[in-house]
Write a protein that binds this ligand. Structure first.
Ligand SMILES: Nc1ncnc2c1ncn2[C@@H]1O[C@H](COP(=O)(O)OP(=O)(O)OP(=O)(O)O)[C@@H](O)[C@H]1O
Ligand SMILES: [Mg+2]
Length: 263
């Protein structure tokens, strides 16, 4: 890990001393490792040598302003964008050139920006369509998602276009969880949602991480909320990692907050 932040923190220091909100200490094994990842859209360089790791049973938040490269990072990790350099390692396996559809079976689920649902289908149909790639999914697995999101359960017969933004977000997260991922990539789940709903969704993620060993790579512009739930934070600026550190320490670094995080 080569990034050294302007604020004196290094990726290595975060890896060594991360205080887990789940009560763990030191470094957990990485479920996902990103090494020197670069990506470009024609002449636009969107990612420039990004190195980070998502630890097992932890929430890693990737923060940064508009255009920092957060969405591109998730799209490159999940195989939607081909990197120009670097590697993506999932559970010890190099998946850099794996097709996007293979990622799900290898344990990675990506919830993209924008909460895409099929508006004309019901909530239940959206969940079932989302699970088709897995072959037969037992009713107990759907029930588990409905248990996690009672608001979605109440609306299972409603068409998806009638859902609020928060309910749609719960539906797409629920759909991603049906794949039983080891690592969940989430792109700005809080965007446009009321703080109370954001808190609910983040609390649920925390519970899944702490009780089921899920690992989350959470991309957010809403740095304050993300750092309050995350174990580790990675700040991205203009496609590069500026700093990686324990989430609480990042939240307490006033200079860094003002320079990059907007709070
Ligand atoms: N499809 C594309 N074609 C060309 N340039 C793109 C494309 N997608 C993103 N970019 C550029 O890549 C850079 C990173 O964009 P990206 O969407 O990854 O940022 P972001 O951090 O997710 O921003 P936001 O917070 O607004 O979602 C930006 O300069 C953007 O203009
Ligand atoms: Mg984005």
């Amino acid at each position: 890990m080569a990034e050294t932040g302007a604020h004196g923190s290094t990726a290595a220091s975060a890896a060594g001393v991360g205080l887990s909100k789940g009560g763990g200490t030191a470094t957990a094994p990485a479920v996902l490792e990103v090494e020197g990842l670069s990506a470009a859209y024609g002449p636009v360089r969107a990612l420039d040598g990004v190195t980070l790791r998502a630890e097992s049973g932890r929430i890693t938040a990737v923060l940064g302003a508009n255009g920092a490269g957060k969405t591109t990072l998730l799209r490159t990790i999940s195989g939607l964008v081909r990197p120009t350099a670097g590697r993506v390692v999932l559970n010890g396996e190099d998946v850099t050139r794996s097709p996007v559809e293979a990622m799900v079976t290898k344990g990675m689920s990506h919830v993209p920006e924008g909460r895409g649902v099929i508006a004309e289908l019901t909530v239940d149909e959206n969940l079932r369509v989302g699970s088709l790639f897995r072959g037969k999914v037992g009713q107990d697995e759907f029930d588990r998602v409905y248990d996690l999101f009672p608001r979605i359960a109440e609306r299972r017969g409603q068409t998806a276009h009638t859902l609020s933004g928060g309910e749609r977000q719960m539906l797409v997260i629920g759909r991603a969880l049906l794949a039983r991922p080891k690592v969940l990539l989430l792109d700005e789940p809080s965007l446009g949602l009321a703080p109370r709903i954001v808190a609910q969704i983040f609390a649920l993620l925390r519970k899944l991480v702490d009780t089921e060993g899920l690992s989350v790579l959470l991309v957010e512009q809403n740095a304050r909320s993300a750092l309050s739930v995350a174990d580790t934070g990675v700040v991205l600026n203009l496609g590069r990692v500026v700093v990686t550190d324990d989430a609480a320490r990042l939240a307490g670094d006033e200079d860094l907050r003002h320079a990059y995080l907007g709070f």
